[in-house]
Design a protein around this ligand. Structure first.
Ligand SMILES: Cc1cc2nc3c(=O)[nH]c(=O)nc-3n(C[C@H](O)[C@H](O)[C@H](O)COP(=O)(O)OP(=O)(O)OC[C@H]3O[C@@H](n4cnc5c(N)ncnc54)[C@H](O)[C@@H]3O)c2cc1C
Length: 544
């Protein structure tokens, strides 16, 4: 029988990157994939926190491609063949049935939040077919034993080790391992093998998904001429169209293809009479003229796919000799693009656990795995409450913009503090404010307040109720608001503004001078070249 130290199931970017990190640490790793690369996948919009994790993985484990793929400019220069899209920030519009998007100038139902100061330093959308293929090739090059077309049929997790059985190209195999990581996504390999009960009952968010990839999607500037200039070009972003039935994402890649999909709430689905993908698509476009103007001439590159429920959640995330990656453990919703960042954080965490373990028993101990599990559970709850609140707030754009500020406050504070304050345990900081004395409780309180306004029935609430909610959000995030968010004077257009950050130095526990001195650690400050910008981080210099 074959053997290895660690078996990983699933070769999305998370499984492949973890496999590679473990190889660097000296482990013997087998990586199983039921399909083969390149293969289609969604989950494409990256974020500053995702890129921060990529950079940290690159520096810590000597993986130059991770560093290079952490900004649009470096990616384009080094890996032009790996397709990606420019993502300058988060764009939101509120549409109403039967009406074109109303360009009311600065009073439009439009929200733009920049995530980077320039195209060069921008985040990216990942064309997952290319990106995941890249990472699996790098894993193979690092010495990972990669087996695609693997049909895993059975796993025994015993006190003395793991026994994995399956079939590959019609030939049965079995393999012994000391530890197994499930990176199979919602496929839920270990969930069924270990009979892990579902935890979906305790989650709030529910949505159906209708999606495809398209060519020839129109530009906002053409569909809605005369929109006031924002901090970046509206289309080069994760574009969100908020509608009565839920919302739509639209992610444009540099080569012209756009990934788009509708997330439809149970209430929204109740207004649609069909479950057929093509018919649903046409029905939704017929309701929203501006979305129809953008997508009317678009060509779907594959049939519209419909999934009646995309949320999943398990009650366990780790145990003796096994661990789940986040996407195998839970998925809430693509709103706010949390998946890639969360998955990369887990790669950092598991990498760290195995790094420590290598110095002793070779495998993470029960305490370490329990910590991993409880953090993942708390984070899944936090994402769920934040997103459930966002769905509730879609009743009125004023509520929605306020709710969105919770997300932007948490991630901008995390990005800035993690970039400028050195902390070796940073990967264990809770995602989206988990464990933060200010931010931790906010999504749950916000959801409660929103439900009181909407009464769970999409009521828009009174002018006073909406204003009170917005004021509460502004006040609640103020101890972490390093980005000048929730500012009525900004007309919902938020650039990456370093002057505001400097003015908020005290929120980071720094004097103004200390923050000025730390600024080179941030991307985009001081006009310095990227290598110099990160110059104090010596490992960066290893990636010319
Ligand atoms: C509609 C939607 C939109 C999303 N949008 C975003 C977004 O914009 N931004 C963001 O950050 N995140 C987004 N996400 C989340 C994102 O998709 C995930 O975080 C990400 O895919 C996790 O990557 P992964 O490598 O863990 O798993 P996956 O990408 O799910 O990869 C799992 C791999 O395991 C393989 N596999 C499955 N079962 C088995 C098995 N039994 N044996 C062997 N191999 C197996 C699969 O073939 C696949 O290759 C979105 C998710 C959805 C559903």
């Amino acid at each position: 029988m074959d053997s290895c130290e660690i078996a990983i199931v699933g070769s999305g970017f998370a499984g492949s990157l973890l496999a590679r990190v473990l190889r660097v640490l000296g482990y013997d790793v087998a990586l199983f994939e039921r399909g083969a690369h390149p293969r289609f996948a969604i989950g494409e919009s990256s974020t500053p926190l995702a890129n921060l994790s990529l950079e940290r993985l690159g520096f810590r484990y000597g993986l130059p491609d991770c560093h290079h793929m952490a900004t649009h400019g470096r990616w384009l220069a080094r890996y032009p063949e790996v397709r990606r899209g420019l993502k300058r920030g988060f764009t939101f519009y509120r549409h109403h049935p039967g009406e074109s998007f109303a360009n009311r100038g600065l009073q439009s139902e439009r929200l733009l939040v920049a995530a980077s100061p320039s195209d060069d330093l921008s985040d990216t959308h990942w064309l997952r077919a290319d990106v995941d293929h890249h990472f699996v090739r790098e894993a193979v090059a690092s010495g990972v034993d990669y087996r695609d077309h693997a049909d895993l049929t059975n796993v025994d997790v015993g006190f003395d080790g793991i026994r994995l059985r399956g079939e590959r190209n019609g030939i049965p195999f079995s393999l012994r391992a000391n530890f197994i990581v499930d990176a199979s996504g919602p496929g839920g390999f270990l969930a069924s093998q270990l009979a892990i009960p579902s935890g979906l009952g305790k989650t709030e968010t529910r949505a159906a998904l209708l999606f495809s990839h398209f060519d020839d999607v129109g530009l906002i500037a053409d569909a809605v001429p005369g929109l006031p200039r924002g901090p970046y070009v509206d289309d080069w972003a994760a574009v969100h169209h908020v509608i009565d039935e839920g919302w739509m994402y639209s992610l444009r890649f540099d080569h012209g293809t756009t990934s788009a999909g509708f997330l439809l709430s149970p209430r929204g689905m109740g207004t649609l009479e069909t479950r057929d993908g093509e018919t649903l698509w046409r029905a939704l476009l017929a309701r929203y003229p501006t979305i129809a103007a953008l997508f009317g001439d678009a060509r779907a590159l594959m049939p519209m796919a419909f999934r009646p429920l995309i949320q999943h959640r398990l009650t366990r995330a780790a145990g003796a000799r096994w661990a789940l990656m986040p996407h195998a453990f839970a998925f809430v919703d693509p709103l706010f693009s949390t998946g890639i960042a969360w998955s990369l954080r887990a790669v950092e965490r598991l990498g760290g656990l195995f790094e420590v373990a290598k110095r002793s028993a070779g495998m993470p101990d029960a305490t370490a795995l329990a910590r991993y599990e409880s953090l993942l559970a708390a984070e899944a709850d936090q994402i769920d409450r934040l997103v459930a609140g966002a769905y509730e707030s879609m009743a009125h754009f004023e509520l929605f913009t306020a709710q969105a500020m919770l997300y932007f406050a948490a991630v901008s504070y995390a990005e800035v503090s993690q970039r400028i304050i050195r902390d070796d345990a940073v990967a264990w900081k809770g995602f989206l404010g988990v464990g933060d004395t200010v931010l931790d409780a906010l999504p749950s309180e916000s959801l409660r307040r929103l439900r009181a306004i909407t009464r769970g029935e999409a009521d828009t609430g009174s002018v006073d109720a909406r204003r009170e909610f917005s004021e509460w959000i502004a006040q609640a995030i103020s101890p972490r608001n390093v980005a000048g968010l929730a500012d009525g004077e900004r007309n919902n257009l938020y650039p990456a503004d370093f002057d505001i950050l400097l003015a908020q130095h005290a929120l980071l526990g720094l004097t103004r001078d200390e923050l000025v001195a730390a600024l080179p650690g941030l991307r985009g400050t001081s006009g310095a070249a990227q290598g110099v910008m990160h110059g104090e981080n010596s490992s960066c210099l290893a990636f010319p």
